[in-house]
Design a protein around this ligand. Structure first.
Ligand code: ATP
Length: 434
């Protein structure tokens, strides 16, 4: 079973490179561990996932505002948040081969899994996962800054700014998409766990007595979003954090988990962070971040329900979920809404005016959709390439087109082809790409 799972990951990694979804970073220099670059198809897929998230969080609602906070923040932010003190994983080194492991992921009574020696492990030591750097030209303690390990703190420190500027009353949320950095001890499983990644986080500020109601609300809403993304329902589940693995700031926490080839794993965390973060920022900044209710005349610190998703991890999930090997082809059954190219246009052969007509159809569709034009190689091979890219529709111009202005539209999933009039192509796509 393990061998089979690994082979699916290997094949997916190979497809991701071959088709231009994901490349190893700095590959010509031998690569850099756990850093990846998104190629032409990968960036489209990522953009579509982010857009679907942003749309569901902001455009389709009336109670969430957007934000783009900076990656570098005042160092006190990370003292207030608890990251300086507590954002650590225990690590263990092998004294012989110098390999480093997360203490909770290794059995020290067994030989080192890398070099095979016994009794070579060091004691567990705490390792802070935040990346440190220096601001300005002098490398001294006073100029240390951190690359943010989560985007959430940018939202808390702007709570008042956003509330005042947008004249919001509780409950309301602030949503943000941005990079986060964690010096993970054991990154791996392709883009599942990396040291630089993008988060899509939303903090929903509520009255303390309404926290449980809103927690349940967001838990359900987020699961619905994953179904909308087209993921198979039977591969999704919730996992509740027990008292032992509950984060220091959380009263309650559920993960959305997906069944990867390497097991059930978290793709998003939904947390009741209580008033922990705002209170800590009040304490460390000396600023009053309480909310004033002008009807009841009460002043209080709101509670926060957080939904925290990893964009790269969701993209990997979408690829894995969509990947299917059939007898004659490999196909990515991506939901059309997130597919990188929506449609490919092919002239059957490179003569009789077919390329010109195909170009014209391509140009007509451009602007509305990411369209791919291809006139080289056998038509079968062109279809296979688009199957691997996850393109839901292929439009082909053939001899009959020249006679009666009809084209074939091939459906990626069923491989069925129907003939429709050129003038109906746009509407056909619009109906299916909503
Ligand atoms: P884990 O237990 O896997 O380390 P976490 O519980 O620390 O994850 P959170 O802090 O809740 O993760 O982060 C929210 C989301 O951000 C995760 O669900 C995941 O999608 C994403 N994420 C966190 N760390 C990484 C990483 N190293 N690489 C890619 N995505 C990540």
């Amino acid at each position: 079973m393990a061998a089979k799972s690994n082979s699916i990951m290997d094949k997916l990694i190979s497809l991701a490179k071959r088709r231009g979804f994901i490349f190893q970073s700095s590959e010509i220099y031998g690569g850099i561990n756990s850093c990846y670059d998104y190629g032409p198809l990968g960036i489209e897929l990522k953009k579509n996932i982010k857009e679907l998230w942003w749309k569901s969080m902001i455009y389709e609602r009336n109670d969430v505002e957007g934000l783009d906070a900076s990656i570098l923040m005042h160092p006190k932010v990370w003292e207030a948040s608890g990251h300086v003190e507590g954002f650590t994983d225990p690590m263990i080194d092998c004294r012989v081969c110098k390999s480093r492991f997360r203490a909770d992921q290794i059995d020290t009574s067994k030989p080192c899994p890398v070099c095979g020696n016994r009794d070579t492990f060091t004691e567990a030591r705490q390792f802070n996962l935040m990346f440190k750097t220096f601001m300005g030209p002098v490398e001294e303690d006073a100029s240390v800054v951190f690359l943010r390990p989560e985007t959430a703190q940018g939202i808390y420190v702007n709570f008042h700014n956003v509330r005042e500027a947008s004249r919001r009353k509780l409950p309301f949320g602030i949503a943000q998409i941005g990079k986060a950095f964690r010096n993970e001890i054991t990154p791996g499983n392709f883009t599942f766990r990396t040291r630089e990644f993008e988060q899509m986080e939303m903090q929903y500020f509520v009255r303390p007595e309404e926290d449980e109601k809103w927690f349940e609300y967001w838990k359900a809403a987020r699961m619905e979003w994953y179904k909308r993304l087209g993921l198979q329902e039977q591969k999704l589940r919730f996992h509740e954090h027990g008292p032992d693995d509950l984060a220091h700031y959380a009263k309650k926490a559920f993960d959305v988990e997906y069944e990867f080839p390497f097991g059930w794993q978290e793709i998003e965390g939904i947390h009741n962070r209580t008033d922990f973060d705002l209170r800590r920022h009040m304490e460390f900044s000396g600023k009053d971040l309480r909310y004033f209710d002008d009807q009841t005349k009460e002043r209080f610190v709101p509670y926060v329900i957080e939904t925290s998703a990893g964009c790269d991890r969701i993209l990997l999930t979408a690829l894995i979920d969509a990947y299917e090997e059939e007898e004659e082809r490999v196909v990515l059954r991506l939901d059309p809404v997130i597919a990188p190219f929506k449609v490919a246009v092919f002239p059957l052969v490179k003569r009789d005016g077919m390329p010109e007509l195909a170009q014209k159809i391509t140009n007509d569709l451009r602007g509305d959709y990411r369209v791919f034009y291809d006139e080289s190689g056998s038509i079968g091979r062109r279809y296979r390439r688009q199957d691997e890219a996850g393109t839901p529709f292929c439009v082909t111009i053939d001899g009959e087109t020249l006679e009666n202005q009809t084209v074939t539209i091939r459906d990626r999933d069923s491989m069925e082809q129907i003939r429709i009039n050129i003038s109906n192509v746009r509407q056909y796509l619009a109906d299916r790409l909503k």
